[in-house]
Design a protein around this ligand. Structure first.
Ligand code: GLN
Length: 466
């Protein structure tokens, strides 16, 4: 009811309200019955949440916020649940529906959704960020305590920052990608948005784990088998080891990459992030200077690799197997052409064209191969920085949330991803934690980046900070 009352925020996609209501009541009844029967309850028993609409679900339709997945019989219905959806269900969580996002998760403002943008609850004339915009809005407006999201180049961390909630993108390979509609497979990771780091920990702990159905899912997270419950156990050990309650981060070295604090960072954002860093120091952390010298190159590298993979992943939408099919095509080629022209939005088409170009004969070496080499160097820069620190901190976004409708320049939009792309290219876990307010009283996020499999270190620092 609360979600319906805030329909103006456009956080939920109105795909099948009857199914939403029915699935919610059925799951809530099942949870009540388990409680009444004195059965063992899952760690999230009865907890309401909702999924970004790029996770396929059996209880609800799935569209990836694209017309391409809405056919003559209505929106696409998956015969199976995404693995992370199934794991959250198994932990007892109750799903309320599907959340708005940029089409196929391509964007940073939620304005590329076929269903219109979700609105920032702090100021409904502003973007919520993206691509997991609906997830951030639903949590920020208190429609839900937590939501899933996906992060390919910042799509959990950036909307979390702009809406003043906490977001976590885990290490690449930590969560299964099975049933997560593919954007750029070597970068895509499931993540969570919630009101606090402790809540993010509960969700990610249930979502994590090796899945034989995803070839890039990790069997091991460091020395331990990658399984649900591992992050929670590691976090509990960190909490227990912090014996001085006034200085829970004593001994933790936090690196500040000088490239994250250069020109282009809005003064009010810089001030809020500085304030957060002072707070981390007061909690016992040591702040050290580090360098990530190829930070600026993360933008061209990502905007070659992500569209290249997207152009390949999206070739499955041919108007034949599922989704939108154009009327009146006279041959197969025309069917493909018309279905794809009608089904995909402008940003998706732009990425398909860029991706096809950089992969084509004669350009592959100049663009794609070069980008792959630089990607490795960006990852190496992080490993060099982690010689001197345990976590890295900086801003999530260069500015606070901009007004809706002002994003007509795609290049300007891509440049705003500068602080989130490096960790994505390196496969590292990252968080956005609210750190006060900037211009216009709008929320600002502090980004924390860990080394691979260091989610518990990240979550522990983030919850001490909160
Ligand atoms: N804003 C970035 C893009 O448009 C990141 C999107 C994402 O992480 N899904 O590609």
């Amino acid at each position: 009811a609360r979600a319906r009352a805030h329909a103006d925020l456009n956080a939920f996609l109105p795909l099948d309200e009857a199914a939403e209501t029915e699935a919610f009541h059925a799951a809530a009844r099942a949870s009540d019955a388990r409680r009444a029967a004195g059965q063992a309850l899952g760690p999230l028993d009865g907890v309401p949440l909702a999924h970004k609409d790029v996770f396929v679900t059996t209880d609800f339709p799935t569209t990836a916020a694209s017309r391409m997945l809405v056919g003559a019989q209505g929106p696409y219905r998956s015969p199976f649940d995404a693995t992370v959806v199934a794991q959250l269900k198994a932990a007892g969580a109750v799903s309320l529906g599907k959340l708005n996002c940029d089409e196929f998760a391509m964007g940073g403002a939620n304005e590329h959704s076929a269903f219109g943008a979700a609105k920032n609850p702090w100021d409904a004339t502003r973007i919520p960020g993206g691509s997991s915009g609906g997830s951030a809005v639903a949590v920020a407006a208190r429609l839900l305590p937590a939501a899933t999201g996906t992060d390919t180049g910042g799509s959990v961390r950036q909307p979390a920052a702009l809406c003043g909630v906490t977001g976590l993108k885990p290490t690449y390979g930590r969560c299964s990608r099975h049933g997560m509609i593919a954007f750029a497979s070597s970068l895509d990771q499931a993540g969570v948005l919630a009101r606090s780091a402790a809540d993010c920990a509960l969700l990610i702990d249930a979502m994590a784990g090796f899945d034989p159905l995803d070839a890039t899912s990790a069997e091991f997270a460091g020395a331990e088998p990658n399984r649900p419950g591992l992050i929670g156990a590691q976090l509990a050990a960190r909490r227990a080891a912090a014996t001085d309650p006034a200085r829970p981060l004593a001994g933790l070295r936090i690196g500040l990459p000088r490239e994250f604090f250069g020109e282009g960072l809005a003064d009010t954002v810089r001030a809020a992030v500085q304030q957060g860093l002072e707070q981390l120091r007061a909690l016992g952390a040591t702040l050290v200077d580090v360098s990530l010298p190829r930070t600026e190159l993360a933008i061209p590298v990502y905007y070659i690799i992500a569209p290249a993979e997207a152009s390949s992943n999206l070739s499955r939408y041919d108007g034949v197997r599922y989704g939108h099919r154009a009327e009146g095509a006279k041959d197969l080629l025309e069917l493909y052409r018309k279905s794809r022209s009608e089904g995909f939005g402008a940003e998706v088409k732009r990425r398909i064209m860029i991706g096809t170009y950089v992969l084509s004969h004669g350009y592959y070496d100049a663009y794609y191969l070069q980008a792959q080499k630089l990607r490795r160097m960006i990852a190496d820069d992080f490993q060099a920085a982690f010689q001197a620190c345990d976590l890295i901190a900086g801003p999530v976004t260069p500015t606070v949330a901009r007004p809706l409708g002002a994003g007509s320049d795609p290049v300007a939009e891509y440049l705003a991803d500068i602080f989130t792309l490096p960790a994505s290219l390196a496969g590292l876990p990252g968080m956005s934690v609210p750190t006060g307010f900037g211009e216009g009283g709008l929320p600002v996020g502090l980004q924390l980046i860990g080394n691979v499999w260091q989610e518990a270190t990240l979550l522990h620092a983030a919850e001490a900070f909160q």
